[in-house]
Design a protein around this ligand. Structure first.
Ligand SMILES: CC(C)(COP(=O)(O)OP(=O)(O)OC[C@H]1O[C@@H](n2cnc3c(N)ncnc32)[C@H](O)[C@@H]1OP(=O)(O)O)[C@@H](O)C(=O)NCCC(=O)NCCS
Length: 193
C-alpha cells in the first residue's frame, strides 16, 4: 500500500476523524477494518495527492485521474469534496469524493485498495460522502456505475440507491452500459449538523 503523508493536516472542520468520526459512519466499521487496525476517514489534503494518484493508476488503469487532475479536484473545494481512509500507520486504504451542486450531490469516485476490500471500507466511505451531502443540504446523491461492476452495484443497492436509468454503451471501449443510481436524502435528514 502507498503511504500517506503523516503531515497532512485538515482544517478544523475537516479534521481527521480517527476514533471519533463526527458523522457516526465509523460505527459501521468492524474492528478489523483496514490492514491492521481501525481505519480512519479524513479529508484529502494536498500532500496525499501522490499516494492517491498512484492508487488510482493501479485501480483504474484505463482511465485513471492524473496527479494534475487531482490537483484540479482539490482546487475546486468546497464544491468538490474528497476523503480518504487510512490505517493507523497512515497507509492509504481508499478514497471517495463528491461534487456538491446544491440540491444534488454527485459521487465522483469511490475506491478501496485491493488488499483492503471486503472489510466495510467501501460502505464507510460511501456513508461519509452521504453524510457530507446531507450536511450541504443535498436532497439526493447520484452516481454512475458500470453495469459490469457487480461489487459496486451491490454496495450501492444495499446502501439504499435505486436505479434511475441506464445509458447504453456509455463506457468505451467495451460497450459497457452505465447505470445511473440515486439515493434520496431529503426526507431522511436530521443528522446534517
Ligand atoms: C466497490 C468497492 C469500493 C467496494 O469496497 P469494499 O471495501 O470492498 O466494500 P465493503 O467491504 O464495504 O462491502 C460493502 C458491500 O458491497 C458489496 N460488495 C463488496 N464486494 C463485493 C463483491 N466482490 N461482490 C458482490 N458484492 C460486493 C456487498 O453488498 C457488501 O456488503 P456485505 O459485506 O454486507 O455483503 C471496491 O470493490 C473497489 O474499490 N472497487 C474498484 C473501484 C470501483 O469499482 N469503484 C466504484 C466505481 S463506480
Amino acid at each position: 500500500m502507498t503511504p500517506v503523508s503523516q503531515e497532512s493536516v485538515a482544517p478544523e472542520s475537516d479534521a481527521p476523524t480517527s476514533g471519533a468520526l463526527k458523522t457516526g459512519a465509523l460505527d459501521a466499521v468492524p474492528p478489523s477494518a483496514g490492514s491492521g487496525g481501525v481505519a480512519a476517514v479524513r479529508a484529502l489534503c494536498w500532500p496525499d495527492i501522490p499516494a492517491v494518484a498512484a492508487a488510482e493508476a493501479e485501480l483504474f488503469p484505463d482511465d485513471a485521474w492524473s496527479p494534475a487532475s487531482w490537483w484540479g479536484e482539490l482546487a475546486a473545494r468546497p464544491r468538490r469534496d474528497y476523503v480518504i481512509a487510512v490505517d493507523p500507520g497512515g497507509a492509504l486504504l481508499g478514497y471517495a469524493g463528491a461534487d456538491h451542486g446544491g440540491e444534488v450531490s454527485d459521487l465522483m469516485t469511490i475506491a478501496v485498495t485491493s488488499a483492503a476490500r471486503g472489510r466495510g471500507l467501501g460502505r464507510l466511505l460511501l456513508a461519509e460522502i452521504e453524510h457530507r451531502a446531507r450536511a450541504r443540504g443535498a436532497a439526493a446523491l447520484l452516481l454512475e456505475v458500470r453495469a459490469d461492476n457487480a461489487a459496486a452495484l451491490e454496495l450501492y443497492r444495499s446502501s439504499g440507491f435505486d436505479v434511475l436509468s441506464t445509458r447504453r454503451r456509455y463506457y468505451q471501449p467495451g460497450d459497457v452500459d452505465a447505470v445511473v443510481m440515486r439515493k434520496l436524502l431529503a426526507d431522511k435528514g436530521g443528522d446534517a449538523t
